[in-house]
Design a binder for this molecule. Structure first.
Ligand code: AVJ
Length: 314
């Protein structure tokens, strides 16, 4: 079975090769999250420099009554990505008479683990996992008649991983697969001082660097590539003009890498662009969603580092 290629791996191989053939080499950031990558991300969320996770959680905790009131009873909550987080539990604990909880995740193994755990903790909530890549087209289960309204929970500012074009097609798709009265609770990281942003992606302990390099470890293992991981270094900076943090892996030297019979050449100092993390002003974000959604409410922290926003469909 060792050399059997699954559909998922085939797709990954194509996306990876497409990206590495570009002049500015790139890799899709969704491939960070293998088992090791997910563990490294967990460690990132606990770093002093990484403010988003703890700030979002504090906003959620502080405004839970208001948020629960906005959502109302008997909702169908759809969560994009994971579902294991303490933020999910805060909502599951507080939302009265939740009709259904629908976690959407690309990793079947991971999602099943989470679902089994949550079913024990919340025996009254009907939990319906959907295995899908929410960055492309996906479907929601038809539970019509069993709930009052859908609320899509999309925390973590994961929307920041999409460029504007990808974000718009994501929002368009979401609007097309949800009910007319659907709403969304979304975490959005805000524009702020460059030093604070850059520190969050260049932590002193080097966890983000390890997280970044782990994508090459994964390609070596899953796609039989032969990246010399030691010959790349982590570079993350705020691109002010584009309003985004960029993460790159920079080749320390001229080198060649083999992947599926193809040779990929690197100059000394040449990089692979591995992630974008867009930062928004409240106005930027309202403009981004305005074709499909109205911003109903915005909750934030006292420094305005992060926002949690409640949107309704237009
Ligand atoms: C999970 C996409 C929100 O962009 O801040 C953290 C991922 N990358 N450190 C982010 C990430 C480097 C994170 N998101």
């Amino acid at each position: 079975m060792e050399n059997q290629v699954t559909g998922y791996q085939q797709l990954m191989l194509e996306e990876v090769l497409d990206g590495l053939r570009e002049d500015q080499k790139r890799l899709p950031s969704k491939y960070f999250y293998d088992e090791e990558g997910s563990k490294l991300f967990e460690r990132i969320t606990r770093l002093d420099e990484y403010y988003p996770t703890r700030t979002e959680k504090a906003i959620l905790e502080r405004n839970l009554d208001d948020i629960a009131k906005s959502i109302g009873p008997e909702a169908m909550m759809v969560e994009l990505g994971s579902g294991s987080s303490s933020k999910t539990r805060l909502l599951l604990d507080r939302l009265s008479s939740l009709s259904a909880y629908v976690p959407v995740d690309i990793s079947e193994e991971y999602l099943l683990k989470v679902v089994n755990q949550l079913r024990m903790e919340y025996p009254k909530v009907s939990i319906i996992p959907v295995f899908a890549d929410y960055s492309s087209h996906f479907e929601l289960p038809d539970l019509s008649g069993s709930y009052r309204k859908q609320v899509v929970f999309f925390p973590g500012s994961t929307i920041g991983n999409f460029d504007y074009k990808q974000a718009r097609s994501f929002l368009r798709n979401l609007a097309s697969i949800t009910d007319d009265n659907a709403t969304m609770l979304i975490g959005v990281d805000l524009k702020k001082d460059k030093d604070i942003l850059e520190a969050a992606y260049n932590d002193a302990a080097g966890v983000t660097a390890e997280f970044n390099k782990n994508i090459l470890v994964r390609l070596n293992r899953e796609l039989n590539a032969n990246f010399n991981v030691e010959c790349f270094y982590h570079n993350a900076f705020y691109n002010e003009e584009k309003g985004r943090i960029e993460m790159h892996l920079v080749s320390e030297e001229e080198q060649q890498v083999r992947l599926n019979g193809e040779t990929i050449s690197f100059e000394e100092g040449e990089s692979i662009h591995t992630e974008n993390s867009y930062k928004y002003s409240l106005e930027d974000f309202e403009n981004l969603v305005s074709n499909w959604f109205t911003v109903e409410k915005v909750w934030s922290d006292e420094s305005n580092y992060f926002s949690l926003q409640y949107l309704s469909k237009k």
